[in-house]
Design a binder for this molecule. Sequence first.
Ligand code: ADP
Length: 639
Amino acid sequence: MSSRQNRRLVSLLLLALLVPCGVLGFLSVRIIRQEGELRERRRLEEEERAAERIARRLLGRLERVREQELRAWADRARNRGQRLAQNPATALVGRVKDGRLIAPWDDDASPREFLEATREPGFAKRVRQGEQAELVERQPAKASALYREVLRASRRPEQRGEALLLLARALESSSAPGRAVAVQEEILALPSSIIDDQGLPIRLYAASQLAKDPGHEKALAAALHEILAEPRWLSPPACYLLRDLSASLTEVAPDLPGAVHRRLLEVEQVLALRDEYPKLATLEEAARRTTNGEPVWLPFGDDELWLVRTNPRLGELPPSVVAVRAEPISSGLEAPGLAGLSAARDPQSRPLGPSFPGLYLAASPLDARATTGWSLPQQFYLAALALALTVALLGGYLLWRDVRRELGMAELRGHFVSSVSHELRTPLTAIRMFAETLREGRLEREETREEYLDTIVSESERLTRLVDNVLDFSRIERGRKTYRFRPTSLGAVVRAAARAVQYPLASQGFRLKAEVEEDLSAARADPDALEQAVLNLLTNAMKYSGDARDIDLRLRSIDGRAEIQVVDRGIGIPAEEQTRVFEKFYRSPTRENELLPGTGLGLTLVEHVARAHGGSVAVESRPGEGSTFSIRIPLEGGR
Ligand code: ADP
């Protein structure tokens, strides 16, 4: 096929196939992308609705907790340092004074009561006497006796605690440390609610003294546990002291440092909230203007997330701040695709609305996975696109193959016309030349005349065979080829064919060795067609023998079938061409083949004849060694 034809074919295919495929692909990708965008939009809308729902429910819960806490707070307004939360999620309820948040431990009444009790005139007077003896006169023994007096006269627990502290101090400096320890142990056993004006439960003083000597670990751990269990805010100094003490008690109370650490973090977060409060209050005020009076809760805290709200003065109650832990209050509020609350914004998270400025719902990891996959309609579109493209490409390939075959056939036909003309001219020229010589009568020798006549006969026979081949082929093509089958002796057919090529064989110096099995049974055959097939094989054997001059012609029976073989020792056929030589018009595209006359129809006819007889034709060949063509047809009676 010429490269121009090829180019045209390729451009046509491109136009007819690839362009529509491209358009189809482009449209499908667009649809798939749109589908994805739609899905994403739907997901976002759903998430938005879910976020709104969560925000509403969260606000309801927070407001309920706030009311509950404020009511309870009003009831115990006398001692606001207590940590008695009505709801386990509450982190802090703190008073606001002059725009500043008062830390709850600073609001604790106990230190004030301690101060009141110890400043009672009678008590204070006795204490002063003891201190005179202890610090001025430097008589610890006298001081101890006086402090014992104070202890006996104490009426309130705070006074008792103070007296014991003083007594322990005096005994410490007198030469009675053993008695001092006993007093320290007594102080350690006092209730945790006795807190001095420094904000330290006085048990802690005794604890830090006793911790200096071994042997008190168990009692100390028990006391520290009790202090922690007391429903009361601990001041930062109390927390730091507890931390130092608990660090030396890990052996008897391994859980103590952890518990103290948690309390410390909580206290530090309250301190941070106290510092940040003025800023938060301004923020809250600004946010409330955008919510039409709806309450506003602000997120706060690095360690633990709290939600914070300011309360104005309510009747008896002063202005206050309520902080609620985000995790417990929001538990069970998740929606598909949304996980817990967070104060950090990332591209996947979703704001919780105007009531919660700066608060977000984090996207759940499961959801991130869902958005990257293909949805069902997308999968369907992809499958349909893949199917359409596969079918189109397959169709295109088949079309391309057929068109190529057609073009090849047209080219072969073109060759055929020129080779037929060539093949016709050769015998015609020979016949004319020899006939003219004979007519002029210039031949002297009788043998030469005979020889010329033989050549004329042989060439006209060759001409007849050629014309017969072309006519037969044309009949086959039109489906008009008919065979007249009758019981036939194959030996006779083979011998007739050998006789027909006797002269050309002899004139070109070929030796034909015929081996014919004599007692072969007859076959149902068309003797003329079969002879023509054998003649075609013999003519080919001569044509493609090259320099070799031996040709075998065999007839024998194998397994109830007759086999007619024509064997040459000529140029042979390459393996890849051995099936193609039976195709119509096919001629081996070698240089030497082009020099030999031929139409590419001979073997096509041989195959047609063999098949018409219920048989087949096969070739065995090696380039340079020769070829063996075998026609096999069934015998009548099986032999
Ligand atoms: P033609 O001989 O007219 O070209 P055929 O159909 O008889 O057409 O043969 C087809 C092709 O098969 C030939 O062109 C040749 O290349 C190859 N061929 C046929 N017979 C032989 C043979 N005996 N030895 C080698 N090549 C052969």
